[in-house]
Design a protein around this ligand. Sequence first.
Ligand SMILES: C[S@@+](CC[C@H](N)C(=O)[O-])C[C@H]1O[C@@H](n2cnc3c(N)ncnc32)[C@H](O)[C@@H]1O
Length: 209
Amino acid sequence: MSTPLSSAETIDFGPLRIRYDERVLRPRPWTTEQSLWAADLVATAPEGRILELCAGAGQIGLLTVSVAPRPLLCVDADRVACDYARRNADEAGLGPLVEVRQGRLEEALDDDERFAVVIADPPWVPRDEIGRFPEDPVTAIDGGPDGLDLARACLRVAARHLLPGGSVILQVGTRPQVDRLTAEPWPGLRLAEVRELDGGVLVRLDRTA
Ligand SMILES: C[S@@+](CC[C@H](N)C(=O)[O-])C[C@H]1O[C@@H](n2cnc3c(N)ncnc32)[C@H](O)[C@@H]1O
């Protein structure tokens, strides 16, 4: 059964009009940078679908495929977020390109599914700091003790499900988080670029052969 979404608010996300409400994270305008970086990568990526992990209302992946059309699979554990992602895809005219799958990212994919580009926007706030964001749903921001529990899970999924030559663009909160994460071994992935932005940090890792 889908969730009633009648009280949705809207926000412009690039050229897209995105619906959401207080049960999901409010779309953050700076994250259009993640969409557009992913769209740039699509031009040289291998053939294949795009995967968006922790999609929320879906706007980051939707903007990517509105610029660089490819089939998109959006994954989120939250049912309300998934309902918004479906509705936002339909209202943007992108419904035929988009599948939304509700489930924990650690379990949502079949073993043989492969993707050209992975967009990942996990909760990244360290648990003892989530009180700084009382308006945000806890499940959308709580990244565990160092804020990186879900980021690590996203990279494990990317390492397993990216096609050779594909890339993951992961969002975290701070440069020290990037340094901590990329100091850990990620077999099959190679650090390519870090972009520090007002609001968060994006890191690109490429799949090695
Ligand atoms: C930081 S929010 C990002 C949402 C959206 N990308 C945005 O920018 O508004 C993180 C999202 O991860 C989802 N999430 C948390 N844990 C998850 C898990 N284990 N598997 C899949 N999704 C999860 C939450 O429901 C939430 O929608």
